[in-house]
Design a protein around this ligand. Structure first.
Ligand code: GDP
Length: 469
């Protein structure tokens, strides 16, 4: 039961920014709305093509590079592949300095800044989707509207259901449904509404309301409905915004909400990846600001190792430039001094000095189970996911079954097993003894206060952390 991390000296006093910036003034005047989104959908639903098209039409990729990719893809007889490659190309570039677990691609429109969160490599692999979704504010769900294609992606074994369920569990407020490949069904309104009806029924079942779901007919391949390319004549039944315009509206809305979390909440940063440099006390942390803000010159504490470090530089954006402030929602790289990188790992958390994050191996969690083949029992072994963390764990005790609408209401006190579609308070323990894990409760942060539980390769429940022992 030992805490196997060397205790470092934790700073008691914060340090001042080197060139202080007024945070309120900064977000009022300089910061454009910023939206992080993840792209979900069944394999072959057109995700890569769509994102390639989007980045291309917005001008975020080099024209010469596209020409080269196009030539290569034509040579192997796959004319449309060049668009799908755009994401992978930017991925390769990113891998040099940033992270391998999560990749981000930035682009701008006059109205907002965007970050596409991508889990490269196995884009269709659910643990990666978990990592991706946990870094995003909203999701773009690509749906192949081609005849029969939708049905194959939507049946129970398809990923559309699991992806959207994960999005719901991880508090993704809005889903923008890219009704993709509409060119393959001659922009048929009947097809569009048929799929919309079926999907909406599912969204409602998992707890979404109609106004949380947006629908855009488009073709990632030819570009209509994505940014500015107008629809063909056959499409005379939809005159709503394009995908990018929809995302701009969502960005503005999300911005209003996240403003509070910049100003009123402490700085919390989730680490995706750690690198060292030649300087002995320097570490480089790539990650995401989960709440609050940070400026160079400030001191932060890293958990679970509880070492306090000086933020020497903040690096951000496509050009990887030094910046003077990072706020909630920003993906940045922190260059730290006075640090010991060997005791920092991806998944660790940082906070401003004076804000304690608890590390433990036992947690009290409010679990909501999905549809499962077998109930969960005390002693059941599971995998626990939070962001890029993936840890073996055991359900120690089933404490109470509660009302999902009002979790303070206990429905049942003696719980022997936990079946599908129930909400229960349970005690969970990490079974790998190597390290303790920093955890924040759902009250502290609604994003990182959440975990996903998987068993036998399937997501079986979502959990809100209530208490850290
Ligand atoms: P992913 O697996 O979801 O990333 O899907 P891809 O982007 O790789 O696309 C899968 C296949 O569908 C490729 O052969 C694409 O060329 C094709 N495709 C993608 N988008 C469209 C589209 O809008 N219209 C048509 N006709 N084909 C598309």
């Amino acid at each position: 039961e030992e805490k196997i991390i060397k205790a470092y000296k934790r700073a008691a006093q914060p340090t001042k920014p080197r060139n202080p910036i007024d945070v309120k003034q900064y977000i009022d005047t300089q910061a454009k709305p910023h939206l992080n989104f993840v792209v979900l959908g069944h394999v072959d639903a057109g995700k890569s093509t769509l994102m390639g098209r989007l980045l291309y039409d917005i001008g975020a990729v080099d024209k010469n590079k596209i020409r080269k990719l196009k030539k290569e893809s034509e040579q192997i007889g796959k004319g449309s592949f060049h668009l799908a490659w755009v994401m992978d190309q930017t991925t390769e570039e990113r891998e040099r300095g940033v992270t391998v677990s999560i990749c981000t691609s930035d682009f701008k429109t006059p109205a907002a800044n965007f970050t596409i969160v991508d889990a490269p490599g196995h884009r269709d692999f659910v643990p990666n989707a978990i990592a991706g979704v946990s870094q995003a504010d909203v999701a773009v769900l690509s749906v192949d509207c081609g005849t029969d294609a939708f049905e194959s992606g939507f049946n129970l074994d398809g990923q559309t259901k699991e992806h959207t369920l994960l999005a719901r569990s991880m508090d993704i407020s809005t889903i923008v449904v890219a009704m993709n490949k509409m060119d393959t069904v001659d922009w048929s309104a009947i097809r569009f509404y048929q799929i919309q009806d079926e999907l909406m029924e599912w969204f409602k079942k998992i707890g979404y309301k109609e106004d949380q779901i947006k629908w855009v007919p488009l073709s990632g391949f030819s570009g209509e409905g994505v940014y500015k390319i107008p629809y063909p004549e056959e499409q005379n039944w939809y005159d709503g915004p394009s995908l990018v315009e929809t995302l701009e509206t969502v960005a503005t809305k999300v911005n209003v909400e996240s403003r509070k979390e910049v100003l009123d909440k402490p700085f919390i940063f989730s680490i995706l990846e750690v690198t060292t440099t030649k300087k002995h006390d320097e570490s480089i942390l790539a990650g995401k600001v989960e709440s609050g803000s940070i400026q160079p010159g400030e001191t932060i504490t890293i958990y679970p190792s509880e070492q306090s470090c000086l933020v020497d530089k903040i690096i951000a954006g496509r050009e990887q430039e030094a910046t003077s402030i990072a706020v909630k929602g920003d993906f940045v790289t922190l260059k730290l001094r006075q640090s010991h990188a060997k005791d920092i790992e991806g998944g660790d958390l940082c906070a401003s000095v004076g804000y304690d994050i608890k590390s433990a191996r036992k947690f009290k969690i409010r679990l909501s189970t999905f549809q499962m083949n077998r109930p969960l029992l005390p002693g059941t072994s599971v995998m626990l996911f939070r962001g890029v963390y993936e840890q073996p764990a055991r359900i120690n005790k089933l404490l109470t079954i509660v009302d999902p609408q009002d979790p303070s209401k206990v429905l049942k006190k003696k719980v022997k097993h936990l079946p599908s579609n129930q909400t229960a308070v349970v005690e969970i323990e990490l079974t790998e003894r190597r390290r303790w894990i920093p955890m924040v409760t759902i009250d502290e942060n609604k994003h990182i206060g959440r975990v996903i539980i998987r068993k036998d390769g399937r997501s079986v429940a979502t959990g809100a952390i209530l208490e850290v022992e």
